[in-house]
Design a protein around this ligand. Structure first.
Ligand SMILES: CC(=O)SCCNC(=O)CCNC(=O)[C@H](O)C(C)(C)COP(=O)(O)OP(=O)(O)OC[C@H]1O[C@@H](n2cnc3c(N)ncnc32)[C@H](O)[C@@H]1OP(=O)(O)O
Ligand SMILES: O=C([O-])CC(=O)C(=O)O
Length: 373
């Protein structure tokens, strides 16, 4: 018989990875050994995606080559393109992305291969396509059009351009790019684990990413950023403390707080709080920032919980003009870099992931024919 399981696999080491590492007590996060505090605001998302997928921070030539791969791979392919309008009419954003990535697989030139070189090419294409899929989905449901991507612009700038229809301010691009850097990878989080389980059957990268998208969508994981914004919008600006205490008294969780691994401040929240403050000031309306700060104080006082990455990401995305139901899709744009890197890593040194379970059902049941049950 198997040992008693730890509920939710808490503290179980489920994989070896060279991609990211967390010190949950100290509140530190590293991508391939680089402290997130050193990368945030310095490295671009493209550099970080290269670091994760291709193993090192690129030099200028490598970054140019990676940029070319991204630009060449941006178009999701005819099957996904042909279905965006209908999907936008019937599916919510994360459901739509799950469908569209699956459809994009059909036109991927490397769809039948999980060889290392094919995986690298697919990782770049998936990373390039995700922001385009989000923007096209949004345009399809709002009856708008998507401006062509500008080859001179970064992924962050092109996404803001394509989703808002306006050329973004340079500072908005810097801030959004930093958000993408902060969300890129996070050890064995649920969606990455789902991707690795799928990849470990020697299934293909697109299948693993579809599993990851479906997993990120849930409100206990990436879906929390949208829920944070809905909470901020649903409570009175001058009644934050009461609303939070009422929710807690009613047994509700406060979205954007708590973490399986961090026992102190999530280092990403430190940067996102700062960005939220800056954008609030620039907007001339700091309501959501002030409310967030107050929520943080009340939740800490009542439960000793710290904000996680999803908490201040909500007000930051709001101030950047991103529609609330695209917050989790925006998370997926960044996390695509990490998911794909994990699939590459899994395929490179694979063993089927198949844990055991503890049986807790009935025993010694006696068979009865159907008319005797
Ligand atoms: C990108 C990300 O995925 S970051 C996480 C995003 N998710 C959220 O923000 C959702 C809200 N947070 C949570 O649900 C949890 O803190 C999780 C899912 C992040 C971590 O879950 P776990 O490690 O399984 O912790 P668990 O849910 O068991 O919580 C432990 C205790 O803290 C409480 N708790 C944890 N988070 C919260 C919260 N946000 N609000 C209120 N209470 C909370 C639980 O009720 C539980 O209390 P109990 O021991 O009295 O029953
Ligand atoms: O690590 C986790 O469990 C969730 C998280 O913060 C992330 O995926 O960024």
């Amino acid at each position: 018989m198997a040992d008693k399981p730890t509920k939710g696999l808490a503290d179980v080491v489920a994989a070896s990875t060279a991609l990211s590492d967390i010190d949950g007590k100290a509140g530190r996060l590293f991508y391939r050994g680089y402290d997130i505090h050193d990368l945030a605001g310095r490295a671009t998302f493209e550099e970080v995606a290269h670091l994760l997928q291709r193993g090192r921070l690129p030099d200028r030539a490598e970054l140019a080559g990676y940029g070319e791969a991204l630009a060449a791979g941006r178009e999701p392919g005819p099957l996904a393109a042909a279905n965006i309008a209908e999907i936008a009419g019937k599916q919510k954003p994360m459901e739509a992305l799950r469908s569209l990535v699956s459809l994009a697989a059909a036109d991927d030139p490397d769809k039948d291969s999980i060889a290392p070189e094919a995986n690298l090419r697919k990782a770049a294409r998936l990373t390039a396509q995700q922001p385009v899929l989000v923007a096209r989905y949004h345009a399809a449901r709002t009856g708008g059009s998507v401006p062509d991507a500008d080859p001179e612009l970064s992924i962050a700038a092109n996404f803001l351009l394509q989703v808002t229809g306006r050329r973004p301010e340079p500072r908005a691009v810097e801030i959004f790019d930093e958000c993408l850097v902060l969300h890129a990878d996070h050890t064995m989080n649920a969606s990455t684990f789902a991707a690795r389980v799928c990849a470990a059957t020697l299934s293909d990268m697109h299948s693993a990413i579809v599993a990851a998208i479906g997993t990120l969508k849930g409100p206990l994981h990436g879906g929390a950023n949208e829920q944070v914004m809905k909470t901020l919008e649903s409570i009175p600006a001058d009644g934050v403390a009461r609303a939070v205490r009422d929710k807690l008294a009613g047994g509700e969780k406060i979205m954007g707080f708590g973490h399986r691994v961090y026992k102190t401040e999530d280092p990403r929240a430190t940067h996102l709080r700062r960005m939220s403050a800056e954008l609030a000031e620039a907007a001339g309306d700091d309501t959501y920032y002030r409310m967030s700060k107050e929520m943080e104080e009340v939740v800490f006082e009542a439960k000793g919980l710290y904000p996680n990455v999803d908490f201040y990401a909500a007000s930051v995305y709001h101030y950047l003009g991103i529609p609330t139901d695209l917050f989790t899709p925006v998370f997926s744009i960044s996390r695509m870099s990490g998911w794909t890197a994990h699939v590459i890593e899994q395929h490179a040194d694979n063993r089927l992931i198949r844990p055991d379970s503890e049986y807790i059902g009935e025993t010694d049941q006696k068979w009865k024919p159907i008319d005797e049950r």
